[in-house]
Design a protein around this ligand. Structure first.
Ligand SMILES: Nc1ncnc2c1ncn2[C@@H]1O[C@H](COP(=O)(O)OP(=O)(O)OP(=O)(O)O)[C@@H](O)[C@H]1O
Ligand SMILES: [Mg+2]
Length: 314
C-alpha cells in the first residue's frame, strides 16, 4: 500500500517554443497540461511499476477538478481534500536547444480548517495502512503551512507503524529529519543546503550522505542528475553508487520524484540492495524520455536497468 501525500499539487504545463527570450513576447508551439506536483509524479511512476497507489491531496477550483479527473483517467485512486485556493500551475518551458526552464507557482495558503481536514485524511489512511503502508511525503509546503508540517505527519505515521519516505527541501526537510524518516532523497542542491558542503565529486557526495544520516535519516539517497545517485541503505552500511547510461534527455523535471517511486516500490518488494539502487536510478532516467513528468514506461525502466552501472564504494 503506497500513500502519496500532496499538500501542494499542481497542474504541470509543458510548453514548447523555439527559443525563450525574457522581456519579449514568447509564443509556444505546443502546450501540454497534465496532473502534477511531486506526489502525483510518484503515484504515476508507482502505477507504471505495477503498484496501486492512493493519492491524497488538496484540490481547488477548476484546476483542482482537472487534476483529480486527470488522475482518475490514469486509473490512480484519489482522495481529494477541497480547498478554496485554486490548484497552482507549474510551467516547464522546453526550447529547441534542449534548455528546460521551470516556473513554479507558490500555491495558495489553505485555511486552518482545510489543513485540519487534510491531516485527518492522512491520519485515517495511516491507521488503515499500518505496517503495510509506505507513506511518501513529497514536495514543497504551500504558504501558510508551518515548517513542522511534515515532521508532524511523520510522527503520526510512525505511531501506526507505516514506513515513511520524504522528498522535500529547506527547513521542512531539516525539521522532518529529526523525526527519523525511513528514507530521504535530496538532490545535489538540497543536500548542499542541508549540510553546508559543496558537492563536486563522489567523495564529497558521500560525506554529505553520511551527514544526512547523522541528521536523522534512517536511509538516504543523494541524486546527482545525469551522474546518477548514491544510496546508503542504513547506518553503518556500505554506500552504493549507481550510474545510469548517457541518454538524450527531453527534460529531467520529475526524475527525482520517479527515483523515489523506484526506491519505494523496490524496497517494498524486498529486492536485494543492488537491484533496488539499479531500479531507482533507471526510473529517474526513464523519466527523461517521456512526454510528461512521472509518466514513465515500464519497458524503458527494464531496458535502462540493464545498463546502469552499480558499484559499492570502499
Ligand atoms: N540527464 C539525465 N540522464 C540520465 N539520467 C538522469 C538524468 N537526469 C536525471 N537522471 C536520473 O534521475 C535521477 C534523479 O535525478 P535528479 O538528481 O535530477 O533529481 P531531482 O533534482 O530531485 O529532480 P526533481 O526534483 O525534478 O524530480 C538521477 O539520479 C538519475 O538516475
Ligand atoms: Mg527532487
Amino acid at each position: 500500500m503506497f500513500l502519496c501525500i500532496s499538500i501542494n499539487p499542481a497542474i504541470d504545463k509543458r510548453l514548447r517554443m523555439a527559443h525563450l527570450r525574457p522581456g519579449a513576447i514568447n509564443r509556444a508551439t505546443e502546450a501540454m497540461p497534465a496532473p502534477g506536483g511531486k506526489a502525483v509524479h510518484v503515484a504515476m511512476a508507482l502505477q507504471a511499476l505495477g503498484a496501486d497507489p492512493l493519492w491524497i491531496g488538496f484540490a481547488g477550483g477548476s484546476n483542482g477538478r482537472d487534476l483529480v479527473a486527470g488522475l482518475a483517467e490514469l486509473g490512480i485512486s484519489t482522495q481529494a481534500i477541497s480547498t478554496e485556493q485554486p490548484t497552482r500551475v507549474n510551467l516547464a518551458i522546453l526550447d529547441d536547444s534542449g534548455t528546460v526552464t521551470e516556473i513554479l507557482e507558490p500555491g495558495g495558503a489553505p485555511s486552518p480548517a482545510e489543513l485540519d481536514l487534510f491531516r485527518k485524511a492522512c491520519e485515517e489512511s495511516f491507521a488503515r495502512g499500518k505496517a503495510d503502508a509506505t507513506v511518501i511525503l513529497s514536495g514543497s509546503l504551500p504558504p501558510g503551512v508551518p515548517d513542522e508540517f511534515y515532521a508532524e505527519l511523520i510522527r503520526s505515521a510512525r505511531k501506526q507503524g507505516c514506513r515513511i519516505f520524504l522528498d522535500t527541501s529547506g527547513k521542512a526537510l531539516r525539521l522532518a529529519l529529526e523525526q527519523r524518516p525511513d528514507f530521504v532523497k535530496p538532490n545535489r542542491e538540497e543536500a548542499e543546503w542541508l549540510t553546508g558542503r559543496v558537492i563536486q565529486d563522489i567523495p564529497s557526495a558521500r560525506e554529505a550522505l553520511r551527514q544526512i544520516l547523522s541528521l536523522g535519516a534512517r536511509s538516504a539517497a543523494l541524486s546527482l542528475g545525469k551522474d546518477g545517485l548514491l544510496w546508503c541503505p542504513g547506518e553503518n552500511q556500505r554506500v552504493y553508487y549507481a550510474r545510469p547510461p548517457a541518454i538524450e534527455a527531453r527534460s529531467a523535471v520529475g526524475s527525482g520524484d520517479v527515483t523515489v517511486a523506484g526506491f519505494a516500490q523496490a524496497m517494498a518488494s524486498k529486492l536485494p540492495p543492488e537491484q533496488i539502487v539499479r531500479r531507482a536510478a533507471a526510473c529517474g532516467t526513464a523519466n527523461c524520455l517521456v512526454e510528461s513528468p512521472g509518466q514513465i514506461r515500464l519497458s524503458d525502466v527494464q531496458e535502462i536497468e540493464k545498463s546502469v552501472a552499480v558499484e559499492m564504494l570502499p
